[in-house]
Design a protein around this ligand. Structure first.
Ligand code: MGD
Ligand code: MGD
Ligand code: SF4
Ligand code: MO
Length: 893
């Protein structure tokens, strides 16, 4: 699409496919096919800014690793055969075993149009509720909490509320890393407004490092803390009695539960593991600040108490009437780019469509009539954890996975992999090969970001267009089309005869307004538009029931979509977590995200500058626990839970408390052996929302006795087998593999060498020491450029690799001096080492920042002026501050 007046006429306006902030992106395709991106200055979510992941989007559109053709049983097939087979197996299974013997497991990363047709096919035409989504692992507790309190799954506020608040309470949200542009908007507002920021998180995250008060609560105790707030509000007489009386119900019960739970700030402090003074300060700030926004994400949702946590928070906002007004409100930030869109179409097994549910026979009837659905599901389907359990038990015999990688991201993932393996028929639609596609009987290549058209809805209910600017590679097709093609083959052609995403969106909009009469807040009736208007659609908030009425902020009038129009307080009590630590599993394992990686790394994992900040899987552990388990920094830790075992390098840090550890969720089997958090995470779920407790798994940690380590730099894409541990990260022109093992060093050398390719002797240089402890090899290609390097050595004795990494990337023929120097790992011409990358937007390393500090830079701004580090997305600013502080400390010693 050409944008009038734009200097780069080819730029296409689209939306970032990562987090729920939903930033606008302008994409340019150069003559050579390369893609560059920049923030869309006119998009109201980001006003031109992009974070490190968004800025690197242009580097993810290449064809490396993409799957270009359908496959049946691992062999390339034509689309007709693949689609026929999927339709036949689903139809046969349903005929033999009924509609509940099949299921779809889909994703908050699908576009609304993809999601809409998948949901319509399963619930309306197959006639089962068995479509669930990875949003079950992500947003289900917020959805359930909203429905309990408001009667509908609605986020009342907008991003402007972050900027108009005087107090922002970030609860279980590492906003600096996970919603970076929204966080930067908050920090910018704080600079002028003086906003107070409180972070409630057991870890001292990058977000916590910037805040005014960090409450490092004991895992899972948020209900108690917010019950404490409610009790304090009552004690301090700041309850808005008028609002409570006019707009809510259930206050007395909620307050008495809160008072019973949290009789005093001292009892809250004890129960949450906090200092009483900090608890009092929090209570006072909350009570005394009218313009308060409470933001929450996975530290709240991913819990066996998740729904209660949400309601404990919402209760405090209802009690003070701080909802639906500027700078106030409970604010659940969504994770995935279209988590919200998925909730709108009813992608969760317990929702129907367009915010209608199975609880109401009228809703079921209405949706059936609208769809002309012959066989609509009349009850909810299985939620993700139960769904995979049913797959494992053979109750679900045909499963279609779209746009998610459950073999890695589900809790108790080993059991999920076993279920996928045992399932009679598994279909996977993805853009690349993943740990899940290994189990696919039929693989369907989907078109990815930049190749498909549709809409997504961000955390503030803003619907934006994703637009194509590249042709789908090979035979890849958009997901909506794949689903409709299967539906047609199953005999439902009339209901799936869309000519494009605009037609699907039109129907979605029409359903939202169908017999609505103001009962359902989700009404986008006025957005049922033609193709041209859809193409040009600017980002806008829902609801849009009528073109002229804008509902920027919801619930401003104190009316809620409940039968009596009142919001509901929910009486909640803090009681025990589903599972707690004990003598066998004494450490509470927390899992979550890193700044520069996206989930199972299928896209971000291929971008060298996104790998540079944290190249290997690390488990964060306190010095006290490391001491107790005999672990030194960088040792390989074996982490065992009731579900399984994972291995990661220990990082000793004061950001986690003794008794806790943190493992990122990102490292799938494609990037490391056995480092996935999912394999050890508990499948315990919140009883109301069915969301798993991914933030709290009791584990045991031990040191793995390592006798050799190795690094392999290569252009080849390898999945080594037979190793105790390996982990890889993208470098320019190839991959760096870190390997290690418990075998003797000479055995380790044998094992590691098995990874080297057969090359002609004249292309290989090798060195082995007399004692068989170290081995070094490098191979050149025909053009005389460096193709592979392998070093094997006892722990801590590997030579440097920075220079060799540059050589792999440069693809320049080596000089004689360089060839001579290869096995030393040191450039014949001295070069400064940048060190681990801190700012991935401008590729600035820790050594460069430390030098700038030594040369006199004493603030983050000065470092930015000198190196540009921290001046784009800003997510590395807290790390830069830590380096400045360390420099200061060193200077003082
Ligand atoms: N860089 C990056 N950004 C992302 C993503 C990504 O993969 N990478 N994914 C996106 C998605 S889908 C999601 S859902 C969001 C998630 O965004 P966040 O929710 O911000 O991220 P997490 O790291 O999963 O968890 C948040 C915090 O919860 C804390 N926590 C753990 N237990 C508790 C507890 O009992 N109480 C409290 N109060 N806090 C606790 C953890 O220590 C962690 O710091 O991020 C989105 N953005
Ligand atoms: N231990 C632990 N586990 C967690 C979490 C945690 O904090 N801790 N967080 C949970 C949360 S909040 C989430 S959201 C999940 C995320 O978990 P997943 O959904 O499994 O993660 P992704 O890696 O984003 O998977 C998306 C898949 O879709 C593919 N894809 C990309 N674009 C397209 C497309 O257009 N069409 C199709 N068909 N496929 C596409 C990608 O290649 C990738 O394989 O993980 C959950 N699991
Ligand atoms: S904050 Fe970053 S990842 Fe999230 S939408 Fe914006 S650019 Fe994308
Ligand atoms: Mo998520």
């Amino acid at each position: 699409m050409n944008i009038p007046g734009d200097p780069t006429a080819a730029a296409v306006r689209t939306t970032c496919p990562y987090c729920g902030v939903g930033c606008g992106v302008m994409a340019d395709v150069a003559a050579d096919g390369s893609v560059s991106v920049r923030g869309d200055p006119d998009h109201p979510a980001n006003f031109g800014k992009l974070c490190s992941k968004g800025s690197a989007l242009g580097e993810t559109t290449g064809l490396d690793g993409r799957m270009l053709y359908p496959e049946i049983a691992g062999r390339q097939a034509c689309w007709d055969d693949a689609l026929d087979l999927v339709a036949k197996r689903f139809t046969d299974t349903i005929a033999a075993h009924g509609p509940d013997s099949v299921a779809f497991y889909v994703s908050g990363q699908l576009l609304t149009e993809d999601y809409y047709v998948a949901n319509k096919l399963m619930k309306g035409f197959i006639g089962s509720g068995n479509i669930d989504t990875n949003s079950r692992l992500c947003m289900a507790s917020s959805v359930a909490g909203h429905r309990r309190a408001f009667g509908e799954d609605v986020v009342p506020g907008t991003y402007e509320d972050f900027e108009e608040a005087d107090l922002v309470v970030l609860t279980g949200s590492n906003t600096a890393w996970c919603h970076p542009i929204l966080y930067q908007r908050l920090l910018a507002a704080r600079r002028t407004r003086g906003t107070k920021i409180i972070v409630i998180d057991p870890r001292r995250t990058a977000t916590a490092q910037e805040c005014d008060l960090h409450l490092a609560i004991d895992p899972g105790t948020d209900v108690l803390l917010f019950n404490g707030v409610l009790a304090h509000l009552a004690r301090s007489n700041v309850i808005d009695q008028n609002y409570v009386g006019a707009a809510t119900s259930g206050f007395a019960e909620a307050l008495s539960a809160a008072l019973a739970d949290a009789p005093s700030s001292a009892s809250v402090a004890t129960g949450c593991g906090l200092a009483e003074a900090d608890v009092q300060l929090f209570f006072q700030l909350f009570a005394g600040t009218e313009r308060t926004v409470t933001v929450y994400s996975q530290g709240v949702n991913q819990s066996s108490r998740g729904t209660d946590k949400v309601n404990a928070i919402v209760n405090c906002h209802l009690a003070t009437g701080r909802i639906g007004r500027p700078g106030m409100g409970p604010f659940s930030v969504t994770g995935q780019p279209n988590a919200m869109g998925g909730r709108e179409v009813g992608g969760l097994a317990n929702q129907l469509a367009a915010h209608m549910g199975f609880e109401s026979p009228e809703d079921i009837d209405r949706v059936a009539r609208f769809w002309r659905a012959p066989n609509i599901a009349s009850r909810p389907g299985l939620k993700a954890v139960d769904l995979f359990r049913a797959v494992g038990e053979g109750r679900i015999k045909a499963l279609w996975v779209m746009g998610t990688n459950p073999a890695v991201s589900m809790p108790d993932a080993g059991r999920v992999r076993a279920a996928l393996k045992s399932c009679e028929f598994v279909v996977v639609s993805d853009i690349t090969r993943t740990d899940t596609t290994r189990y696919a009987d039929v693989y369907l290549p989907a078109a990815g970001w930049g190749e498909k058209d549709g809409t997504v809805t961000n955390s503030e209910r803003r619907i934006s267009r994703q637009r194509a600017f590249l042709p789908p590679p090979g035979e890849a097709r958009p997901d909506w089309r794949i689903v409709c093609d299967v539906a047609r083959r199953m005999g439902f052609g009339d209901a799936f005869a869309y000519d494009g995403p605009a037609a699907i969106f039109r129907e979605h909009a029409a359903l939202s307004t169908y017999e609505n009469g103001g009962r359902r807040v989700f009404d986008i009736g006025a957005m049922a538009m033609d193709e041209a208007a859809y193409d040009a659609m600017p980002p806008r908030h829902w609801p849009v029931a009528e073109e002229s009425v804008s509902h920027h902020r919801l619930f401003a009038d104190g009316r809620f979509p409940t039968p009596d129009g009142r919001a509901r307080f929910v009486a909640v009590r803090q009681d025990r977590l589903a599972r707690t630590v004990d003598a066998t599993f004494p450490i509470a394992l927390n899992t979550g995200r890193l700044r520069d990686q996206w989930h199972t790394m299928t896209r971000t994992g291929r971008v060298p500058r996104l790998a540079a900040n944290t190249p290997e899987a690390m488990i964060d552990i306190s010095a006290a626990d490391a001491g107790a388990y005999g672990l030194a920094d960088g040792d390989l830790a074996r982490v065992t839970s009731a579900q399984g075992t994972a291995r990661a390098k220990a990082r000793i840090t004061d950001t986690v408390r003794p008794g806790q550890a943190f493992l990122p969720m990102h490292w799938s089997g494609s990037f490391a052996t056995n480092a996935a958090a999912g394999s050890i995470s508990t499948p315990d779920v919140d009883p109301i929302s069915g969301q798993p407790e991914l933030k709290h798994t009791p584990v045991h940690i031990a040191r793995e006795e390592i006798n050799w380590t190795a690094v392999l730099l290569t252009r080849r894409d390898l999945r080594p087998t037979g190793f105790v541990h390996w982990s890889r990260h993208a470098i320019e022109g190839g991959w760096a593999y870190d390997l290690c093992g418990t075998e003797s060093p000479d055995q380790g050398i044998l094992l590691a060498r098995s990874l080297l390719p057969d090359v002609r002797p004249e292309h290989l240089v090798e060195y082995r020491d007399r004692h068989g402890r170290t081995y070094r090899a490098a191979s050149l290609d025909e053009a005389g450029t460096l193709a592979e390097v392998m070093f094997v050595a006892p722990t801590g004795e590997l030579p440097p690799r920075d220079w060799l990494q540059l050589l792999i990337g440069s693809r320049q023929p080596l000089s004689a001096a360089e060839r001579m120097a290869l096995l030393s790992g040191r450039s014949p011409v001295p070069m400064a080492s940048t060190g681990r990358i801190v700012c991935s937007c401008f590729n600035v390393g820790v050594n460069q920042i430390a030098s700038a500090v030594a040369a006199g830079c004493s603030t983050v701004e000065e470092v930015g002026q000198s190196l540009r580090a921290g001046t784009n997305c800003g997510s590395c600013r807290s790390e830069i501050r830590t380096i400045i502080d360390a420099g200061r400390l060193q200077a003082a010693e």
